[in-house]
Ligand binder design. Structure first.
Ligand SMILES: [Zn+2]
Length: 146
């Protein structure tokens, strides 16, 4: 862990763990785009990507770029460092973000909201997704207040 910064949870990961279902997400992220699989049978967005649509069990998906904006659906403020090294980053905010351009449930992402004020952040606040290059190969999605 390097470059510890208050409010930003450090990634322990160096490379995305990708398979056939998730590689398009990482390919888009590398270009700074938020992309999600949409079922071509019923139109449901499925995030995180899964082999089957949870609505109709289809395996047919198309990848659609999303606006990259959303709304805080729920969140928590982490004030206690889980390890001594994290003392520099607490408090930080992790939130479930409902993504604009999707149906909501089933297409939400759990993200570190890097510039949220732990004392004033609220459910319903608007956020913008951004990609933090935590290594040469990992564009980690995070959110900031819009
Ligand atoms: Zn479907």
């Amino acid at each position: 862990m390097t470059d510890l910064k208050k409010g930003t949870f450090p990634s322990m990961l160096q490379d995305p763990f990708a398979d056939g279902s998730t590689q398009p997400f990482w390919d888009a992220a590398a270009e700074g785009r938020l992309s999600a699989p949409r079922c071509t049978v019923c139109g449901t967005f499925v995030l995180p990507p899964q082999p089957f649509c949870f609505e109709c069990q289809s395996q047919a998906f198309e990848w659609v770029d999303l606006p990259g904006t959303g709304t805080i659906y729920t969140y928590t403020v982490v004030r206690h460092p889980l390890s001594p090294q994290l003392a520099e980053v607490v408090p930080y905010v992790s939130g479930v973000v409902e993504l604009d351009g999707t149906q909501g449930a089933g297409a939400r992402l759990l993200l570190n909201i890097t510039d949220a004020d732990p004392e004033t952040v609220r459910i319903g606040d608007k956020v913008q997704i951004w990609f933090d290059r935590v290594s040469d190969t990992l564009p980690l999605p995070r959110a900031r207040m819009a």
